[in-house]
Design a protein around this ligand. Structure first.
Ligand code: HPA
Length: 254
């Protein structure tokens, strides 16, 4: 089929193309269909607001399985995800755009896999060995390079690499939690990066994330975190994400 590209938008990034048409996609993982926005560019693009069309689902309630399944059903083989994060190390100051290359998953209790049973008829041909997908490099490297290349061509400063620590939310972290995450090697903290990346890997979808740092993580400065500051950094950074995604799509091979 087509070289359809999926975009997953997070907080502050609710639309990619104002002329897109809204579509609904049923999935075996959701009672209600998933809402997406379809538009034609060099390739068909499906924009999926991660938290739902009304931004109703907080990070721990997002139906990640249904979202990725909807994209897969529409023929998507490539997903660019936007994630809003806190910065843990000095390179990751508010306003920075980063393309992480590693993940540590601290989430719990989320529906994080499609492989609930080897007899699951949605995965008829799946063997036990195939269910243990390799996740050594959790993001697709060539897609990461496309994001970095597009940012550079556009003259948009971008940070190559970083370890995304995925927390459960919806509360922000304590200073001690961030200190532990820093000791673990995390440089970014967010609430939506997992299980999304792992599910994409299970479905064989090439997936990479473009992170916008909205605030210093808890305890990195002496201030407490104000949501109003997160919202204002978001407002300023979303245009950059849009432009980079657009450039990747327009330069994506056939
Ligand atoms: N922690 C977790 N998720 C976030 C943060 C944070 O500091 N900022 C934006 N998303």
């Amino acid at each position: 089929m087509s070289n359809a590209i999926g975009l997953i938008g997070g907080s502050g990034f609710y639309s990619f193309d104002k002329t897109a048409r809204q579509i609904q996609q049923d999935t075996p993982y959701s009672d209600d269909p998933i809402i997406l926005y379809a538009s034609e560019h060099k390739h068909p693009v499906y924009f999926l607001p991660r938290h739902g069309a009304q931004h109703a689902a907080p990070p721990h309630r997002v139906n990640y399985r249904a979202n990725l399944w909807a994209l897969k059903t529409l023929g998507v083989k490539t997903v660019l995800a936007a994630n809003v994060v806190g910065g843990i190390v000095k390179d990751m100051a508010p306003g920075v755009l980063a393309v992480p290359d590693q993940i540590i998953d601290y989430t719990w209790g989320r529906a994080h896999t499609y492989f609930e049973a080897f007899s699951d008829d949605r995965f008829e041909e799946m063997t036990e060995a195939e269910s243990h997908v390799d996740f050594t490099y959790p993001y697709d490297e060539s897609l990461r390079q496309r994001l970095l290349h597009s940012a550079r061509v556009l003259g948009s400063p971008i940070h190559d690499g970083g370890t995304y620590g995925a927390t459960q939310g919806p509360r922000l972290e304590s200073a001690a939690e961030i200190k532990r995450m820093a000791q673990d090697g995390c440089t970014l903290v967010g609430m939506t990066g997992m299980p999304e990346a792992g599910l994409a890997r299970e479905l064989g979808i090439a997936y990479a994330s473009l992170c916008l740092v909205a605030n210093w993580a808890a305890g990195i400065t002496s201030d407490v975190i104000k949501f109003s500051e997160i919202a204002s950094t978001l407002g300023q950074g979303v245009g950059g994400i849009h432009n980079i995604f657009n450039h990747v799509i327009e330069n994506f091979g056939d």
